[in-house]
Ligand binder design. Structure first.
Ligand code: HEC
Ligand code: HEC
Ligand code: HEC
Ligand code: HEC
Ligand code: HEC
Ligand code: HEC
Ligand code: HEC
Length: 333
């Protein structure tokens, strides 16, 4: 082991240390710090919203039937329940219900005309706003317009169908746990693709059996827990964090090595936000690790630890070796 090698090793150690401490260098800055904490959040509209939560917050609601002069209990159908906790951890938690809904909803029974209420769409508020530029709303909107779902706009499809107005929260961008993110994102699709009552509102098509349609994919459960539907069903777009161009089924990814290879498509989608997460784990430069890691190959935490231990031992041996050499040299001269 010569001095040159020794320098390289020291250099590598510093690069690794640097990669742990350097923050915010990823293409799409994440904001774990701002993680939405429900326990401490207090809405300034809490009292206002409670007027709605009183009935919409749970399965059961009560009102006074003035005609018969009695208190009546009834069941709130699940589609109209807005859970307090979920609402207050969503992106739009700082809103009052009546920012998006008519003040007229304060009255009960709600007036029939309210059913025709015109709803805002995302672009109404987010379009052209520099504060939200990093989300690229315009580009997402134009991708959505090319997606396979867009043809159903007249039947009622809209961004809200995937981004529930009362529960949607940015997830992948803040992801601390990739599995949870995958489950969150896939639930968005499954809300229709495994729930025929939602699906049939939009199309005359017969129920699509998702499990059967993905028969060709071995270890389906494992795959659905490790990749998102959008990995295979959207066209990759490097300009935005979450591609929204969902294509027709015959354009979906079917080739195993699109993912199971060194230049896996997952690097440009699912693992886009990963580098920082890995840096937090320490010692690995996420990008380098990702590029040489073959998905499905053995990525093992213990092996990682083992290689670290070996690395430390090598350094130790070198240091001891050098100390001995210096001592020896001192003795001879
Ligand atoms: C006394 C109970 C009660 C209160 C208070 C109440 N709602 Fe409702 N709301 C209902 C019930 C029951 C329905 C479903 C039947 C209907 O449409 O009247 C409903 C339906 C709705 C709908 C769906 C209408 C549709 O098009 O199907 C919206 C939106 C809504 N409420 C918003 C609100 C908002 C916002 C508030 C607070 C300002 C509120 N509600 C307060 C009981 C209530
Ligand atoms: C950011 C805007 C926004 C806020 C804030 C908001 N809503 Fe909504 N709400 C909507 C939209 C949009 C729809 C229609 C969803 C759709 O078309 O799928 C909706 C639908 C509803 C419905 C009908 C059932 C449904 O899901 O379609 C109810 C009930 C409702 N909202 C109640 C509430 C209550 C109660 C609050 C306050 C706790 C609230 N909303 C806050 C935008 C909002
Ligand atoms: C009525 C206006 C309005 C509508 C409609 C609306 N938003 Fe928002 N949205 C806001 C505002 C204002 C905030 C900032 C809230 C805050 O900081 O507490 C926000 C926050 C967000 C955030 C989090 C931004 C951040 O950096 O924390 C995302 C993501 C988002 N909205 C996506 C959407 C999507 C997707 C839609 C449509 C499905 C939508 N919004 C519809 C006004 C709106
Ligand atoms: C077919 C479902 C679907 C539709 C339709 C859809 N989205 Fe999304 N969108 C998603 C999924 C899934 C994510 C990833 C959510 C996450 O993990 O944060 C996402 C994420 C986003 C984000 C956050 C991206 C980021 O950088 O963190 C924004 C903003 C957004 N969508 C806006 C829109 C707008 C605007 C529309 C309508 C023009 C729309 N979406 C329609 C599925 C959809
Ligand atoms: C590994 C890639 C992959 C993943 C992950 C994946 N799909 Fe697919 N999906 C495909 C392919 C390829 C087809 C076309 C199958 C065929 O034509 O035989 C398809 C077909 C479909 C179809 C059309 C079925 C039809 O016949 O009309 C739907 C809907 C669908 N997938 C939804 C989903 C949903 C929802 C998820 C997430 C739970 C998902 N897919 C996950 C690759 C994938
Ligand atoms: C609000 C309900 C809804 C949601 C949410 C939804 N879809 Fe769909 N999707 C549909 C319906 C309805 C169709 C059938 C369209 C038709 O008539 O051909 C469809 C069709 C499809 C197709 C098949 C297109 C073809 O070529 O036949 C794919 C693939 C697909 N969706 C993927 C997804 C993915 C991925 C997500 C989540 C990111 C998702 N969908 C979310 C309702 C939904
Ligand atoms: C969209 C990307 C994607 C596609 C396409 C894909 N896979 Fe996978 N596959 C994954 C991921 C991610 C895992 C989980 C890897 C992990 O956890 O280490 C996985 C796991 C597996 C496993 C289990 C490996 C283990 O460690 O137990 C097998 C076997 C597998 N895939 C085979 C296939 C075959 C065969 C195809 C083609 C028909 C295919 N995959 C297509 C992403 C994909």
């Amino acid at each position: 082991m010569n001095l040159f090698m020794f320098r390289i090793i020291i250099l590598l150690t510093f690069i690794n240390l640097f990669s742990i401490t350097s923050e915010g260098s990823s293409l799409f800055e994440t904001e774990n710090e701002k993680a939405r904490d429900t326990t401490t959040f207090v809405s300034r509209f809490d009292a206002d919203n409670n007027r709605c939560f009183k009935c919409h917050g749970q399965e059961k609601y009560e009102y006074t039937n003035e005609t018969i002069g009695k208190q009546v209990k009834d069941i709130m159908c699940s589609e109209r329940i807005v859970r307090r906790k979920e609402f207050y951890s969503s992106n739009h938690r700082s809103f009052s219900c009546t920012d998006c809904h008519s003040e007229e909803y304060m009255k009960f029974p709600h007036s029939g005309e309210l059913r025709m209420e015109q709803k805002y769409i995302c672009i109404d508020c987010h379009g052209g706003d520099a504060k939200f530029a990093k989300y690229h709303f315009e580009e997402i909107d134009s991708e959505y317009r090319k997606s396979t779902h867009f043809k159903m706009e007249n039947e009622g499809f809209s961004c809200w169908k995937c981004h529930n107005p009362h529960t949607y929260k940015i997830t992948v961008r803040n992801s601390k746990n990739l599995k949870e993110t995958i489950a969150y994102d896939n639930a968005i699709c499954l809300n229709c693709h495994s729930n025929f009552s939602h699906f049939q509102l939009l199309t005359e098509r017969k129920e699509i059996n998702i499990i059967q349609k993905h028969d060709w994919l071995p270890k389906q459960t494992l795959h659905f827990a490790n990749v998102r539907c959008i990995e295979c069903h959207t066209q990759i777009n490097n300009n935005i964090p979450v591609s929204h161009l969902i294509q027709a089924k015959d354009q979906a990814v079917k080739l195993c090595n699109e993912c199971h290879s060194k230049n896996s498509i997952l690097m440009a989608s699912l693992y886009k936000f990963e580098s920082k997460e890995q840096r937090r784990d320490g010692f690995f430069n996420g990008i380098i690790l990702n590029a040489s890691y073959v998905i499905g190959a053995n990525r093992n935490e213990y092996l990682n630890l083992l290689s670290l231990i070996i690395f430390v031992c090598v350094i130790a041996i070198i240091v001891i070796h050098i100390i001995f050499r210096i001592r020896k040299n001192n003795k001879t001269y």
